[in-house]
Design a protein around this ligand. Sequence first.
Ligand code: MN
Length: 262
Amino acid sequence: MTNTNEGTLSSTLTALATGAVQVHDLTAPLSAETPTLVLPEPFANLNDFSLEEVAAYNAPGPFWKHHNIQTGEHIGTHIDAPIHWISGKDGKDVSQLDPQRLIGPAVVLDFSAESAANPDFLIDVEHLRAWQEEHGDFPQNSWLLFRTGWDQYDHDKQAFLNLDDSGSHTPGFSTECAKYIADELDISGIGVETVGIDAGNAGVLEPPFPMHYYLLGADKYGITSLKNLDKLPAFGAMIVVAPLPIVGGTGAPTRVLALVEN
Ligand code: MN
């Protein structure tokens, strides 16, 4: 084997080293302050993230510092695996996701204006068809990333969840759109900026939480609480989705990186 720099991967690595390709972190920082889903009564909520000090260069560990962590699976920027939902209960857990599908083209669709005008805005099939008519089919193995501007609220739990007496008001998808993405598109998954892959008020749709129901039932994956989608081109970026391989896990905190050509 010769040591040349002519391979596809080598040229990417050179581009990373020279800055011709930039890496953007799409992950929200994970802490006890990270805003998380609040389910109404009678449903049970997950634990928020927390760090517990075990040693800090002191008697329990004179030369080191380390913590225990506690967290629900679906906290902060995270992925939903098929077994998270009843429609995918015989599918993959988060440790079984095919790594080949965790790296792929990123397509960014911008609904920030619509979401600012109406926090209950639902993306519909026609919005995706309009994109396809302009650009062609979504690339195989791609991740559709839906920009709603919601990441601007990710430091503020009240604004992020936008809860009132009638529930949570954050943008998402119509039932028909969820079904279309799940059944008609040859993609790996979707990503959103909100706390979940469905609209805040999607419990009233039929079936309830249709994106969870159709997407996870079709062995596609969903990522939540993304940031920095405004730094990505509409297409041409590549994303790397790296969940913890929790055996039996229904989801996991996930580092999501995007490679963008300058
Ligand atoms: Mn989740």
